[in-house]
Structure formats: C-alpha cells, structure tokens
Design a protein around this ligand. Structure first.
Ligand code: HSE
Length: 393
C-alpha cells in the first residue's frame, strides 16, 4: 500500500537540501516534508519560517508526522533522535553511518519490539542501493566477499592527485567545496567513513555485527608522491578500499586500507566521487555496482528511495542475523601490503610474517610482505602520527 507520508526532517544541510529538491521534482511520491528541525538559528533559509522548528518535540510529539528523516551531522544527537523516534512509534530514515555503525544492534531490537522500521540505504554508497540488494537478493550463504570504494571524497582526492597532479590539500578543499566531504574530513581521509559503511554492509551481507573499534582501518592522509610513483611503476592506481571477506576456514575479516589496484579490476575505473562495490559469490563469481557515492542529489535520491519504501511498509528483516552457523569475525588473517616509511623505528612496530621486497635510500624505504590484520590493528592508532603509508598490494 502506498500511504501518505508526512515527514519530520532533522537537519537541513547539504543532504537535507538535496532531499528537499529531489522530493520537489519527484511527481510520483506520496511524501511531503511537514516540519524541519534545525539547530542553527542564524543561518538564512530559503523556505518559509513556519516550516522550521528548534524543538525536536514539535516533530516527535506530532501525531500527524509518521516518518522521521534524520540527516544531521552529529552522531550523538542523531542517536538520541532516532532512538526517541522509534520509541515514539515513528519509523525512521537515517543517513548517519557513524551513529548506525555504533548502535545497530540496539535499533534492531527496538524495531522488532514495536513494529517500526528504520531504513538507511543512503548511509552507505550514496545512490547505490547496496544495502537493500544485500538484504533481499544475496540471501544465502554463497556470498564470499564484498569489496568496494565506499568513500567518495577519498576517491575524488586520489583521482585528482593521480590523474591531474593536484596536491592533497587542494584536492581535499575541492571535495569539501563540492559537498562530498564530512564536516570533519579526517573521517573521509582517515578511512573511518568507509569503516562505518563497511560495518553496516557486513550486517546485511553476512548477518554479523562487528564493533567499528575492532576493525583495522587506515586512510590516505599520509600518501606521498613516492607511493604514487610506486603504483605507476607497477601499472596500478591507489584506491581506498573496504572489504569484508570469508576466509578459507570460514571466519570473517573486515578492513579498510588503501590498495594498489590493477587495471583488470572493476574498481580500477571508479573515479572522482563515484563508489563501486564488487559482490563475490561461490557460483556467480563477481557482480559490480557503480554510482555516485556522495553529494546532495545522489544522497538525497537514496533518502527518497527509503522514504517511498516506507510508504509500502518495507523494513529490513535482518534474516541472516537469525541463521545458525554465521561466520565469526577475526583479525587473524593475512594481508599482503606495501609499507613506505622514513624511520626504521616506525618499521620495527610492524611484525611482518614474511617480507618479499625491500628498498632503502637515504630519504625513505619500503617493504612489501605479509602481515596479519591483528598486527595492523595493534598499531592502528599510531599510524596517523607516523610518516608511513600502507597499502594492500
Ligand atoms: N563524506 C562521504 C563520502 C559522504 O565522501 O563518501 C557520503 O557518505
């Protein structure tokens, strides 16, 4: 049934504005924005003042509002809003990956208890409907891995550095100006944004929830010309890649790190703010989803898709979470990496299982070889402070 949806919107930033415009131009929908709750009282808005409120209660306690759409930046405030909305019996659409990655188990229980629905396809990969596809189509145990470029800003920066010779800071500023980056862009370039998306994807791909803090992530903030030169010499591009994979003995590993990608891979040609997701299964081999991963309209259209899905009472059922024999998460798995460093003392913090290649010069060195995710996770918090660049190879 396609029911009338009266939306209470929290946040009217880049994605909120994008949603407003997408909704305005979308003739088929039965959804209208009734009220918008915002924080900043000073900012000039294009809409009539009576559309806005500063009091969340004006949305949460309004019986005519049957859907809360949460598009704010602050994960702690978003958690309070989403929890309160679900407790008030209102369904919710959210795009806040950090908040969702931290609180999904609680929200899954809350929805099951009161029949509300929480949809969040917009939280991972912008306009690509990856969550709903994993939830509905890949509903079997044949799935082997999900691998993707999940952060549009990092991909945009790497594209501009690699193909156009821009420096990191200029490329990041452009990504911010275009509305791709988070308000704190270290989330993008540090690999955290991709990590949160990967945690959400893993719930829907494998029915397994892993706390973000348990997963190794590193980003592109330390990339240098030397690393790009190394990649070019090997005929590769550097991409920030997130992966969840089943290991040969059946356990599950997740990680986010830059990767030297060869031209025969689907993600090699994913450029700018686009995202690309490769889904690998035992019998169908690889399938590839591609689309814009950031920006007002691509993300706004994903939010609209979740809104219309609520119009026919669609909910994620988390069927895979109810299966017996789900794979157990482990960091006890090897990855083959390139590590560029300038101080031997930094290199000594990494315990390689074996080293395949070594290079030294007065200025810097690199090694390539196998290392466990456990080992990398142990030094994760030190990485930002060291002059090292790590990439899977
Ligand atoms: N900052 C995010 C990105 C926005 O660059 O992908 C979309 O989630």
């Amino acid at each position: 049934m396609n029911q009338q949806i009266n939306i209470g919107l929290f946040g009217f930033g880049i994605v909120g504005n994008g949603l407003y415009e997408v909704l305005r131009q979308s003739p088929a929908t039965h959804a209208t924005i009734s009220r918008i709750c915002i924080k900043n009282r000073e900012k000039q808005r294009q809409l009539p003042p009576e559309m806005f409120t500063f009091d969340p209660g004006d949305i949460l306690d309004d019986p005519d509002i049957n859907l809360v759409v949460e598009l704010i930046d602050d994960a702690a405030a978003a958690y309070t809003i989403v929890k309160s909305a679900l407790e008030h019996g209102k369904s919710v659409v959210s795009g806040n990956k950090k908040m969702l990655a931290a609180h999904l188990p609680e929200f899954i229980t809350l929805q099951a208890g009161n029949g509300t629905g929480l949809l969040y396809d917009a939280s991972a990969c912008g306009s690509i409907p990856v969550i709903r596809n994993l939830e509905e189509y890949y509903d079997n145990d044949l799935l082997q891995s999900v691998t993707g470029i999940l952060n549009g800003s990092s991909n945009y920066i790497l594209t501009k550095m690699f193909s156009q010779g821009l420096d990191f800071a200029t490329a990041l500023t452009l990504a911010q100006e275009l509305g791709f980056a988070e308000s704190d862009p270290t989330f993008d370039v540090g690999g955290l944004d991709a990590l949160y998306k990967l945690v959400i994807i893993t719930v829907h791909a494998f029915g397994v929830y892993v706390q973000p803090g348990e997963v190794f992530n590193c980003g592109i903030a330390n990339i240098s010309e030397k690393d790009m030169q190394f990649a070019r010499e090997k005929g590769r591009k550097i991409k920030l890649v997130a992966q969840v994979r089943k290991n040969p003995e059946g356990s599950l590993s997740l990680y986010v790190m830059p990767r030297m990608v060869s031209p025969d891979k689907y993600i090699y040609n994913v450029e700018d703010e686009f995202n690309g997701v490769v889904i690998k299964g035992a019998f169908y081999d690889k399938q590839f989803m591609f689309g814009k991963g950031a920006g007002a309209y691509p993300t706004g259209s994903a939010v609209l898709s979740d809104i219309t899905a609520r119009g026919y009472d669609y909910r994620y059922e988390y069927k895979k979470m109810k299966l017996d024999g789900r794979p157990a998460f482990t960091n006890n798995a090897n990855v083959n990496v390139y590590l560029r460093y300038s101080k031997e003392s930094d290199l000594n913090l990494f315990c390689f299982e074996n080293i395949r290649e070594r290079y030294y010069s007065d200025e810097f060195g690199y090694v390539t070889g196998l290392i466990t995710l456990e080992n990398l996770h142990r030094v994760r918090d030190l990485l930002a402070g060291m002059d090292v660049f790590l990439a899977e190879i």
